[in-house]
Design a protein around this ligand. Structure first.
Ligand code: PLP
Length: 397
């Protein structure tokens, strides 16, 4: 039986190849240090867990409203007001099973076959494939290390066509760690103001993992006039170390949110009732639980970046947000290929070499649309990072 064209358009994730090989080598008893993780290595804070246990004990274990409980929606409305200065009503909020489902619901709700979606690269791996599931066309705009992994207003302007339906922006970025400044966002906002047919999706999932000084801002702070056509995506997964609880949320124009809720009502229905109580506690509770995590990420960020820049042929910027180092390995790849150490001049071959000869698992940049780079997660203990960077230095030294 032939599979649908829709599903055939989705490529298997290139990250999976390396991850699967890392798992196999580990199972064979090899000593592998994994730097592929996309989640905090910290535990969910105790007060959040306690609230979930209490929810189970009092029997809060049934279906809820599809789009989220009133309590959680109110917590989200208060969060947007308190932290971002945005005003939303309950009809403009949707709670989903993770940030990934929020983006999925959005894309399915607004994209028709052939509609173009502008996605800056390096990008979070799921954006293009979710657009393909909706039979849209991902339009990739590349931003390399020389421009801090951030696209310019001129690049955005050039990518826009009459078929452009959505523009996706993710700051702080997974994988690059780049953070757009208010002025950079203003410049992008100016371009978008000239094209009223484009919806803006701002993915603020790493809002709280801000490693540089300064306050978090997104494109709506820079350009409030975009409010009627912007959807703000966020969630509790990264900020509160809650990846397994599966709660994402978003806010935007009521008719789009209603459509997204309809999509969700015919797929998963409501997110887990218990997780919603946990998320409500996370958003309403003491925010100081985030600080020690961010402090640890800052310290590891400095260590990893310095260590990478000490290796010949590798160049890395200090990440301004999220918990990844995105290193330019093009010189190292060319050298190894020239010496016949790797089979081709690709970041996949390079990552395989690091894994098999060095025992270090990283994710090749091509998975994120940026060939020649590697992503290292520093959401792991300092001892693992010291071990991994030591191995890489010896192998590539
Ligand atoms: N957005 C970005 C940029 C991410 O990196 C992730 C997770 O890796 C998500 C959204 C989705 O998060 P989740 O579905 O785990 O809430």
């Amino acid at each position: 039986m032939e599979l649908s064209k829709r599903v055939q358009a989705i490529k298997p994730s290139p990250t999976l190849a390396v991850t699967a090989r890392a798992a196999r080598l580990k199972a064979e008893g090899k000593d592998i240090i994994g730097l592929g993780a996309g989640e905090p290595d910290f535990d969910t804070p105790q007060h959040i867990k306690d609230a979930a246990v209490a929810a189970i004990q009092r029997g809060f274990t049934k279906y809820t409203a599809v789009g989220g409980t009133p309590g959680l929606k109110n917590a989200i409305i208060a969060k947007f007001k308190r932290e971002n200065g945005f005003d939303y009503t309950a009809g403009q909020i949707l709670v989903s099973c993770g940030g990934k489902q929020s983006f999925f619901n959005l894309t399915l709700s607004v994209i028709n076959p052939g509609d173009e979606v502008i996605i800056p690269a390096p990008y979070w791996v799921s954006y293009p494939d979710i657009v393909l599931i909706a039979e849209g066309k991902p339009v990739i705009v590349e931003a390399g290390i020389e421009q801090g992994f951030k696209i310019t207003a001129a690049q955005l302007e050039r990518a826009i066509t009459p078929k452009t339906r959505m523009f996706v922006i993710n700051s702080p970025s997974n994988p690059s760690g780049g953070v757009y400044t208010l002025d950079e966002l203003k410049a992008l906002g100016e371009v978008l103001l000239g094209h009223p047919h484009i919806l803006i999706a701002t993915d603020d999932m790493y809002e709280h993992i801000l490693l540089s000084e300064g306050k978090f801002v997104n494109i709506l702070n820079a350009c409030p006039a975009l409010y009627p056509r912007t959807v703000v995506l966020n969630g509790v997964s990264k900020a509160y170390a809650m990846t397994g609880w599966r709660i994402g949320y978003c806010a935007g124009p009521a008719h789009i949110i209603t459509a997204m809720e309809n999509v969700q009502s015919q797929s998963t229905s409501n997110p887990a009732s218990i997780s919603q109580v946990a998320a409500e506690t996370a958003l309403n509770g003491d925010q100081s639980c985030i600080t020690p995590m961010v402090e640890a990420f800052r310290q590891r960020n400095r260590f990893v970046t310095d260590a990478l820049n000490g290796i010949a042929g590798i160049r890395c910027l200090l990440s301004e947000g999220a918990f990844y180092a995105f290193a330019d390995a093009r010189e190292a790849i060319a050298r190894l290929h020239g010496n016949g150490m790797i089979k081709d001049r690709s970041d996949i071959a390079f990552s395989e070499y690091l894994l098999e000869q060095g025992g270090v698992a990283v994710v090749p940049g091509s998975a994120f649309g940026s060939e020649g780079y590697i992503r290292l997660s520093f959401a792991t203990a300092m001892s693992n990072l010291e071990g991994a960077l030591g191995r890489m230095a010896r192998l590539l030294g």
